[in-house]
Design a protein around this ligand. Structure first.
Ligand code: INI
Length: 178
């Protein structure tokens, strides 16, 4: 048995738990009818664009209409929470916000501040508004690591962020009885 055998979620174990509790919730990935905002940092924009590509392809697969998707560029990861708040709490709130960015340690002396404040702000927005705001901001040591996490395949972190958005919307709707 490898360590990933032991650490990865096993659906069979999940089903066993479903059978022994009163209520068991799991989020789905049906995006039909959902309104989604993508807030992307222009800093390291070559990476961010690759993350947007991954997110859009995944939203397409899930049935989200492109006309229900808004993409907003902000200067960098530090500005992401402010724009996310505008989408989560504005006059026409979306169902979920996907934040995408790239903070690369090698390029910045204030890596910890930019990365940390971006993450903290995103969490603040989702907890204060109740709208899921997904943290798809890469925080890496090198450009190579950022490129590797934004490949045009199943491992793309923008794709992962989009799936997380769909799952959280689904879970929160089940919890609220919608
Ligand atoms: N913004 C990023 O998104 N990634 C970075 O790696 C980065 N670096 O290296 O500094 C970065 N800085 C800009 C920051 O997000 C703000 O836009 C800027 O500080 C103005 O508030």
């Amino acid at each position: 048995m490898t360590s990933s055998d032991q650490t990865e979620f096993d659906p069979l174990r999940g089903e066993a738990i479903r059978g022994v509790v009163g209520t068991y919730l799991e989020g789905g990935h049906d995006g039909r009818g959902l309104r989604i905002a993508i807030v992307a940092g222009r800093f390291n924009g070559g990476i961010t664009t690759r993350l947007i590509d991954g997110a859009l392809a995944t939203l397409d697969e899930a049935g989200v209409s492109r006309s229900d998707v808004t993409v907003a560029w902000v200067p960098g990861a530090y500005e992401i929470p402010m724009m996310a708040l505008a989408f989560a709490d504005g006059p026409f709130p979306v169902d979920a916000v996907i934040t995408l960015g790239a903070v690369i340690r090698g390029d910045t002396g204030h890596y910890d501040i930019v990365a940390g404040e971006s993450a903290r702000g995103v969490q603040d927005v989702q907890l204060t508004t109740g709208v899921p705001v997904i943290f798809g901001v890469l925080t890496t040591n090198t450009v190579e690591q950022a490129l590797e996490r934004s490949l045009p395949d199943e491992t793309n972190k923008g794709r992962e962020a989009a799936l997380t958005a769909l799952e959280m919307v689904s879970l929160l709707r089940q919890r609220s009885g919608r």
